[in-house]
Design a protein around this ligand. Sequence first.
Ligand SMILES: O=C(O)c1ccc(O)c(O)c1
Ligand SMILES: [Mg+2]
Length: 625
Amino acid sequence: MKTSIATVSLSGSLTAKLAAIAEAGFDGIEIFEQDFLASDFTPAEVGRMVRDHGLEITLFQPFRDFEGLPEPHRSRALARAERKFDLMNQLGTDLMLVCSTVHPAAIGGIDRMARDFRDLGDLAARHGIRVGFEALCWGRFVNDHRDAWEVVRRADHPNVGLILDSFHTLARRIDPASIRAIPGDRIFFVQLADAPAIDMDLLYWSRHYRNMPGEGDLDVTSFMQAVAATGYAGPLSLEIFNDQFRSGLPRMVAKDGHRSLIALMDQVRRVEPAAAPDLPRFPAPAPVERIEYIEFATSAAEAPALETLLSSLGFAAGGRHVSKPVTVWRQGGVNVLVNSDPSGFAHSAYVTHGTTVSEIALMVPDARAAYQRATALLARPLVQETPPGQLAIPAIRGVSGNVIRLLDATSDLAGIWQVDFRATPAQAGAGITGIDHIGQTMAYDEMLSWSLFYTSIFDAQKAPMVDVVDPDGLVRSRAVRSGGLRVTLNGADARHTLAGRFIEDSFGASVQHVAFASDDLFATAAALAERGFATLRIGANYYDDIQARFGLDQGFVDRMQAASIMYDEDEGGQFFQLYSEPRADGFFLEIVQRQGNYAGYGAPNAPFRIAAQKRAARPAGMPRH
Ligand SMILES: O=C(O)c1ccc(O)c(O)c1
Ligand SMILES: [Mg+2]
């Protein structure tokens, strides 16, 4: 599988782009003409720089407004093409993309366009060049790959082929199965892009909102399956016009791109085994069973405050690690580790972020298979020395460098609580029965990256993006779920939002909240009150509103108000939530109860919860900022 990415997909200078693309593992690049024109290098220098990075130029593009023109435009277009063929020879690439015309003087006509391409093919052949025709989905006459193919077929020239772009096909909802009728050797190049489902002008959507396969909502897998069925064996190239990527970190975007292509081809081979892309074998994605533990990194000085918080939640100390200053706090099958090791990974996490969730252990069907898949998908492994007699638990780095450990119940790893810990059984506590979800906060432009991380490594689904209104700005939130693992990714740009301040105050620490599960939140609330848990108070206006909105029984609403329990419902069921007051850095806890098949996270309550948290965090009488 030869992978490639268009230079337009990344930010920065051409030099910075090349370095990021090579480092991410791509084989080639599409050079966008503007990128070349904007640089100060000669074409030969650019060609050399690309090859010095171990890359090849897979495509030069775009050549616009060529076909279907009357004279004198037609001759001028051919002369313009010839100049570009010379340039391409100096760059060292032999394939040019011609996108379908939007020229106001163009008159169309399929045989006229085919004749234009035949003449262009003759000219290209004299320069050792091939040209590929791509249907832009907003093209004046050709806006469908089936029509572009008909032009290419009628041009009937060995130097003229078809270029497919998943965005143009899928944005117009053209059935990708129609690609299966095209001979693979007539497809000169394939461009891949996904996009979020937004109803808007096609050109604007394409130029600003494309994203990596798997990051959006288009069925890029079906598209790629159809391409694979034709026998096409050329490069798979990402062409991602995206405002965020254009200003983002080129290394992150390039790595995400490569990850997306590996995940896509893996998916294709699993649904279409005959396609057999040349991609090393690695295990299929599996769902996560549950979070087996979360670990807080802290210090000896701060550990007592954290442990007081845990006991107010009904957790009890349930043992120690065999060799490290790590205690296990347990309740109803939930394990929370408190690590005050003054050295090692947890300590550096503490030094960077303050007391923070530094590690999450996931129970999966096969931990070593999950690890193999994760690293094949470019997850960063965490390699640590294991003291004799302890388990070597596979680990990768997750959001903001946190550790994700992988455990299973079918190998030696099942013995973690006996081998690595001296752990005692859990106490009854306050009715907490599990970890419902964790909330990870990040800069907005990392959200796509981390959602792709989870959905490519695990068998996971992403929920639609929701807007969360903070009194000081908007926070975007998206939930990703894999079996028993639920993660909400919260992206903040606005600095004064609760999420934005958390990023600043904790230097990008990622887990801003942990939501525990209870089977009876009213009983849990009473138990917490007894134990001195600082519940976030929710005001009367909120309860008036939900009473009216959901038509709830007044006595029931009164009980919720007395316990500061928030409420939501969907077609599947009901949802109850209760929050802690936020810590000074913005970290907080939540306890939830799901009834029936409620699928959400209480997003409609978020604005009121955030406002209450901001009031609680600010001493009375203090100004807002
Ligand atoms: O937006 C454009 O003009 C444009 C140009 C070249 C492409 O390959 C494409 O998909 C879009
Ligand atoms: Mg394209």
